[in-house]
Design a protein around this ligand. Structure first.
Ligand code: ADP
Length: 522
């Protein structure tokens, strides 16, 4: 008998080692129940664990016939209810006195011939965390030795279950955090104490152009390549974060430049994470894309400088002429008066256009540009425009090139007139007197393509790339001397795109330019 007990103890030891080495809850429970049944020479068994709501749920079973297991978990739960309810929650009230009263109910529900049962509480600090039941289908009762073996087994099992549960919770928590980091709308960067990348999330991968797996292990400054306004590498300074105390944060601002040259304006908040020994373990960087904000800031400051420069000239002229005309000591002949009033009128028109352009630009920025669409005949619109230009600025040869049967478009006539007028105005402004300016259009499949061609100064490839940005003006030669604030093409693009079209330019310095755009034919 003693030898039997010794063997059983050895067996118990090897099982408890196997149990404590396991951290996956489901396979651990399976191991526990199969060993418990085996040790006690039973035929079937189950483990139920206590949930947060103090209810017991079957988490693993052994030897129960397929028919019982096929029941879904809710059904099985009901069939086994007599063994899962009214369980004493503290260890002192075990073993269950009415266990043999409960057994036949379960046996009948499952349709099984269960004759003997032993119930073993899984206790931690006297608190019930679960219960193991082992069943026999023969009459041999469980002995007190059996119970003894099972009880020391139970202690080991309870500890293993607790560890695995904690581990599982930790893993769930980690998954949850990972998902939050991964799906954050901000870029997230985690580096170790030496500023080597441990993790970057999807958003930061997008901003930096690095694949998350590739970034791991590289120095932070290589992955972020962050320059501040003075062109200094900001990330290189991030490692001195070591000097930050636990609740300090470090804010850096600058541009992240990708390998393909794309820039993103960002602000980064770095926070240090210290381990239990007070050593710096990680630094977490939250990377916020501030491009839109930066654009809005730039737009605002351009707005102010444009208003101050461009509004001043017409206002000064209007005031100057009005002042002169009003002088009481002078008599002006009719021609001079008319000339002065013409200038006042022209300058007022210029002011009016400028104010309208600024208003429209701010509407576009705010996303409130609305179209009022109707049938528009573009050849007719271009014809009227050409007449007006010929009257006012007849120093260019303005030609129209439309097929006779050009179909009408569904569009906002006033806005399209603005597009043609801006393009023709530019063509005239930036080409020599006497040269030809052509306005044309052709239907092309489900689109119509339009163009305005001049024989003027042309535009360099670098400038072409930026022409349609608000307030962009070419910084040299003629461009500087002509009037304008650099809003015309920006408005053209916004209007064309609002119609579902596209606008672009083909040009060579010194050889004229062609601005083309498409509009959908309905
Ligand atoms: P603005 O003419 O008021 O400056 P635009 O947005 O209409 O503003 O044009 C932006 C810049 O593009 C102009 O300053 C000019 O340098 C350049 N540009 C536009 N059209 C032409 C053209 N047809 N030929 C040469 N340069 C042009």
């Amino acid at each position: 008998m003693e030898e039997y007990l010794l063997r059983q103890r050895d067996y118990l030891l090897s099982i408890s080692r196997a149990m404590t080495a396991r951290l996956d809850l489901a396979p651990l429970l399976q191991l526990i129940i199969s060993k418990a049944v085996e040790m006690l020479g039973g035929e079937a068994g189950l483990i139920a664990l206590r949930d947060r709501d103090d209810r017991f749920h079957v988490r693993a079973s052994y030897g129960l016939p397929a028919s019982a297991l096929r029941a879904d978990s809710g059904q099985l739960q009901m069939l086994l209810a007599p063994l899962l309810t009214n369980l004493p929650l503290s260890g002192s009230r075990w073993p269950l006195s009415d266990l043999y009263g409960r057994l036949p109910l379960v046996a009948a529900a499952l349709g099984l011939n269960l004759r003997q049962v032993v119930g073993l509480p899984l206790l931690l600090e006297e608190q019930l965390i679960g219960v193991i039941y082992v069943f026999r289908t023969r009459d041999a009762a469980f002995s007190s030795d059996d119970r003894l073996v099972l009880s020391s087994f139970g202690d080991q099992a309870a500890i293993a279950v607790r560890n695995a549960t904690l581990y599982q919770r930790l893993a769930e928590e980690k998954d949850r955090l990972n998902a939050i980091i991964e799906h954050s709308a901000d870029g997230v960067l985690i580096v170790d104490a030496d500023c080597r990348v441990e993790t970057i999330n999807r958003k930061l991968a997008e901003i930096t152009g690095w694949e998350p797996e590739e970034a791991v292990g590289h120095p932070c400054s290589k992955v972020l390549s962050l320059r501040n306004a003075q062109g200094n590498d900001v990330c290189a300074q991030a490692c001195p974060l070591r000097s930050l105390s636990e609740n300090d944060t470090f804010l850096a601002e600058g541009d992240i430049i990708r390998a393909d040259g794309q820039r993103t304006a960002v602000s980064i908040t770095y926070s240090p994470l210290y381990d239990q020994d007070g050593e710096l373990a990680h630094i977490v960087g939250s990377v916020h894309d501030v491009s839109r904000f930066r654009e809005a800031q730039e737009m605002k400051s351009m707005f102010i400088s444009v208003i101050s420069h461009e509004l001043k000239t017409p206002v000064a002229l209007i005031k100057g002429y009005a002042n002169t005309l009003r002088r009481e000591d002078a008599r002006w002949d009719a021609a001079t008066v008319r000339e002065s009033l013409t200038i006042i009128e022209e300058e007022s028109d210029r002011l009016d256009r400028l104010i309208n352009d600024l208003l429209q630009a701010s509407r576009i920025q705010a996303g409130t540009l609305k179209l009022e669409t109707g049938d528009v005949s573009i050849p007719r619109l271009a014809g009227k425009l050409a007449d007006r230009f010929r009257v006012h600025a007849g120093k260019h040869d303005l030609r129209l090139d439309f097929p006779a049967d050009f179909p009408p478009l569904l569009a906002d006539e006033e806005r399209l007139q603005q597009v043609f007028s801006n393009l023709v105005n530019n063509a005239i402004k930036y080409s020599p007197e006497g040269s030809t300016v052509t306005v044309g259009g052709r239907p092309l499949g489900d689109q119509a393509e339009f163009w305005v061609t001049d024989q003027g100064i042309g535009i360099s490839p670098d400038d072409q790339a930026r022409l349609f940005e608000p307030f962009y003006r070419v910084e040299s030669g003629l461009g500087r001397r002509t009037q304008g604030v650099g809003l015309g093409l920006y408005l053209c693009r916004a209007i064309v795109e609002a119609h579902g079209g596209r606008i672009w330019v083909q040009s060579e310095l010194g050889h004229g330019s062609t601005f083309r755009f498409t509009l959908p034919l309905r």
